[in-house]
Every structure is written in structure tokens, then in C-alpha cells.
Design a protein around this ligand. Structure first.
Ligand code: SF4
Ligand code: SF4
Length: 142
């Protein structure tokens, strides 16, 4: 179980405004570049919006798939992180993630996941005027 804050999203309240994505990209890249945000929002065929965040899975497929161990589970917190210095940008973790969360940052040349969960949560919470995201100290998003 993940130790610390995690981001929980109530997709029923998501309007697809993308403010969380904008805020996340600014936090992580210093720029408004939606493709590089760690949060992504998918629009379904039924016109529903599904914000994607890392579930920090207990047995993460992305970690098992990574050939360089860049994608790893932090021993102390159980968070799934990507060490950019070890990432070769092969995209295997992206394919391996069953939730469609991990994605490739073409500018940085590495894959991104919820590498800095606290920052991402703060950005999300600040950008979103609705009280849908909540943080809990010890539960996972999945
Ligand atoms: S990137 Fe996907 S598979 Fe890996 S921990 Fe997050 S949700 Fe699980
Ligand atoms: S893109 Fe990077 S983190 Fe993902 S599997 Fe390849 S080396 Fe590992």
C-alpha cells in the first residue's frame, strides 16, 4: 500500500476542462504543454471524460516490463516512480500499463508517470474549482 498522499479522481464530476492537465504540465515542465502533463484526460465514445492518474499498483506491470529498472517501486513508500537518468525511452512501460496512464514525453525523451505525486496533486487541486480530488494518507488510487 502506498505511503503518503495520492491523487483520487471522481470521474463522474469531470467536465473535461483540462485545467488539471494544464496545471500539471506547468508544474512538471514550466510550460503549458498538455502532451507532457502527468495527468491525461481521455474522452470516451460516450462523451464521458476519464482523468488518468497512476494507480501505484501493488504489482505494477510497468515495473516488471522496464528493461533498465528506470521504472521502479520505491521501497519505502511503494510509489511507482521513473528514474529519468535510467530511462532509455523505449516505451515498454507505456505499453505495459493496463490503465493507459504511463506515457512518453517526447521533449524530455523519457516516459512519465506520477513521479511527483504531491506536486501533481497540488496543481490539480489548485486548478480544479470543484472539490472532486481528495487526498488520503495511505490508500491507493486504484
Ligand atoms: S503506470 Fe500503470 S501499471 Fe504502472 S503503477 Fe501506474 S497505473 Fe500501475
Ligand atoms: S520508457 Fe523508460 S521507464 Fe519505460 S520501460 Fe523504457 S526504460 Fe523503462
Amino acid at each position: 500500500m502506498v505511503d503518503g498522499k495520492v491523487l483520487i479522481v471522481d470521474e463522474r464530476k469531470c467536465t473535461g476542462c483540462l485545467l488539471c492537465v494544464i496545471a500539471c504540465s506547468v508544474v512538471h515542465t514550466g510550460d503549458i504543454d498538455l502532451e507532457r502533463a502527468h495527468i491525461q484526460v481521455w474522452r470516451t465514445d460516450e462523451d464521458r471524460y476519464v482523468p488518468l492518474t497512476c494507480h501505484h499498483c501493488e504489482t505494477p506491470s510497468c515495473v516488471r516490463a522496464c528493461p533498465t529498472k528506470a521504472c521502479h517501486q520505491d521501497e519505502a513508500t511503494q510509489r511507482v516512480l521513473i528514474d529519468a537518468t535510467k530511462c532509455i525511452g523505449c516505451g515498454t512501460c507505456v505499453v505495459a500499463c493496463p490503465f493507459g496512464h504511463a506515457h512518453y514525453d517526447e521533449v524530455a525523451g523519457v516516459s512519465v508517470s506520477a513521479t511527483t505525486v504531491t506536486g501533481a496533486w497540488s496543481a490539480f487541486a489548485s486548478a480544479n474549482r470543484r472539490p472532486s480530488p481528495t487526498s488520503t494518507p495511505t490508500t491507493t488510487t486504484g
